[in-house]
Ligand binder design. Structure first.
Ligand code: 5GP
Length: 183
């Protein structure tokens, strides 16, 4: 699996340190509150697990699944909810936990949808952010790392459902996805 990685972009120790910093920031900001953390499946799973365990607040944890790129590396802009929440968001402080914001199209759709459920507040915490690729005006409230326009995998992020269990974030060799797109 590691031979498919061109370069380790963010090492395991660096990821864990930054996740702790984000959790500390959230703990201070939401002092006295019980926010609802929404993990967006499947990419945010390792980040969500590490982040929420480091937040020293009573949290509600819930999950949503939205349609992603499938086996492609580009966003289609069409989003479908595949799994919805179990909890109500009415008058709750909500934090959406994302793996990566690329064009922002997925998140824009999600935020519009969540806003219609009348939360008291709505924030976004993303592990990775690609500002140069943005097509809509969205800035995360909590951002782990800004990265360049490269396709990354690991620490939850996949290509065709592979590489999610890599403990670091790495750049996938281009020939892996260009080869597959010909099959
Ligand atoms: P957006 O709608 O912001 O363009 O795309 C968001 C989704 O695209 C992310 O949640 C993620 O599933 C996928 N995505 C965007 N960039 C990357 C990337 O570099 N690597 C991987 N594995 N997925 C990505």
């Amino acid at each position: 699996m590691k031979k498919d990685i061109q370069e380790v972009l963010i090492k395991e120790e660096v990821l864990h340190q930054r996740v702790k910093e984000l959790a500390a920031e959230i703990t201070v900001t939401y002092q006295g509150k019980s926010p609802v953390c929404i993990g967006i499946l499947k990419g945010s799973v390792p980040f969500f697990a590490d982040l929420t365990r480091a937040i020293a607040l009573p949290l509600y944890c819930d999950y949503m699944a939205v349609s992603s790129y499938g086996q492609s590396t580009k966003s289609s802009g069409t989003v479908k909810i595949l799994k919805d929440l179990d909890v109500s968001l009415e008058n709750k402080d909500v934090i959406v936990v994302e793996d990566i914001i690329d064009t922002g199209l997925t998140l824009q759709y999600l935020l519009d949808n969540l806003r219609s459920r009348c939360p008291a507040s709505l924030a976004v915490c993303t592990l990775l952010n690609k500002p140069s690729r943005r097509l809509v005006d969205i800035t995360p409230d909590y951002n782990g790392f800004n990265i360049a326009d490269v396709f990354v995998v690991g620490y939850g992020l996949d290509y065709a459902e592979k590489y999610r269990n890599l403990p670091f974030v790495g750049v996938l060799r281009e020939e892996i996805y260009s080869e597959n797109s010909l099959k």
